[in-house]
Design a protein. Structure first.
Length: 370
């Protein structure tokens, strides 16, 4: 069994209608409960909850401080390659986009690691395009031990792999994997994934099961907000989280909130999400699950990230470069998407400290166990 079996029993249209049918009575009931279920989550992401946003924000901030204290974890993405064998309508790395391609070799990786370490980071997210032959297991077997020698915590956001491959990478130092479904709406998914292995919706959807079965410490999930109706997609993420925590309680989980950003050959969002609605969603996830880690990337503006910081977020990227070799030598024409918060790492750290938070440069688990 995997989450695919659960997903097959869920009807998108029924769920969407149920969310929009929630009333203020449902919202108030959810806000009064010590432990929320998925029906409560529907209420908190519904239009009926929008007038309650201030109350939701206060509760969310309180729960976050109780669980995570006044700390914000910093991480940075390290792009190893923009080679990709998929054709996806929303991604700058899509094989159909005529951009320069680059894959970092051992020397390049060493220079990137040195440049990132100089910025104080000790938690890094390795990112590649999805190319099984040129940026697959043979490449990871060489690159991961080299990178792990520089950083305490190493996560990956690459193509889905088999359970035994994840287990092998764990033995080489892999701590976490982020794998986003993009959208849980199968027909919309097919419209945006035109060629390549990523067209296999079910295989991607079952990836967190394989990760947990391989014993990966932390698993990140989420939807690309704007590809489909955001409230319904976000409910599926919450359902996926509830399933994973029930079946694989040994792993930790995180949720990210990527909104569609400009990129080469990119699409316009199907469902526009306002800043206020993103705040609503962040607070809803926190009230639904006080333990889950919530991450906000540099896709969002500096102003938004600073304002939402106390409300539920536990980790931030900073100083991000979305192209291979971006830290040692800047090559913006290779980037995956345009970032919004382009402040330096030091400036983001100052902004976080100004609000009374301590910056943690490595993953939570490494800090608390150390």
């Amino acid at each position: 069994m995997s989450f695919v079996d659960v997903w097959q029993q869920m009807d998108w249209d029924d769920i969407r209608l149920s969310i929009y049918a929630k009333t203020t009575v449902d919202v108030e009931r959810a806000l009064s409960k010590p432990k929320l279920d998925l029906e409560d989550f529907k209420a908190l992401i519904s239009p009926a909850a929008e007038p309650y946003l201030e109350h939701m924000a206060q509760l969310s901030a309180m729960l976050t401080r109780q669980r995570f204290g006044h700390t914000i974890s910093f991480y940075v993405p390290l792009y190893l390659s923009n080679l990709c064998a998929n054709a996806c309508t929303y991604c700058g790395f899509s094989m159909e986009n005529r951009i320069k391609r680059r894959t970092l070799d051992e020397g390049d990786i060493g220079r990137e690691c040195k440049a990132i370490k100089a910025l104080n980071f000790d938690s890094v997210l390795l990112v590649t395009g999805e190319h099984q032959t040129k940026v697959g297991m043979d490449y990871f077997r060489q690159a991961l031990p080299q990178i792990k020698s520089h950083f305490s915590y190493v996560a990956m956001e690459v193509q889905p792999l088999e359970q035994q491959q994840y287990r092998e990478l764990k033995g080489l130092g892999l701590d976490a994997v982020m794998v986003y479904q993009e959208t849980y709406h199968a027909r919309t998914y097919a419209e945006h994934h035109l060629r390549g292995n990523k067209t296999n919706f079910n295989y991607r959807l079952a990836t967190p099961d394989r990760l947990a079965q391989a014993g990966i410490d932390k698993i990140g999930i989420g939807a690309l907000l704007g590809m489909e109706e955001w409230r319904t997609d976000s409910f599926f993420v919450a359902s996926h989280l509830a399933y994973l925590e029930h079946h694989y309680w040994q792993s930790r989980y995180s949720i990210s909130f990527p909104r569609l950003r400009p990129c080469t050959g990119g699409i316009e969002p199907k469902s526009v999400m306002t800043d206020r609605q993103l705040v609503q969603l962040i607070c809803a996830y926190r009230l639904f699950n006080p333990e889950v880690e919530l991450s906000l990337s540099t896709r969002e503006s500096a102003r938004f990230r600073d304002n939402v910081l106390p409300l539920g977020v536990t980790s931030l990227s900073a100083g991000s470069k979305t192209q291979p070799g971006g830290y040692a030598d800047d090559t913006p024409e290779l980037e995956q998407f345009a970032i919004s918060d382009d402040r330096s790492v030091a400036d983001v750290a100052v902004a976080v400290k100004r609000q009374g938070f301590e910056v943690v440069w490595k993953d939570w688990d490494a800090v608390y166990s150390g």
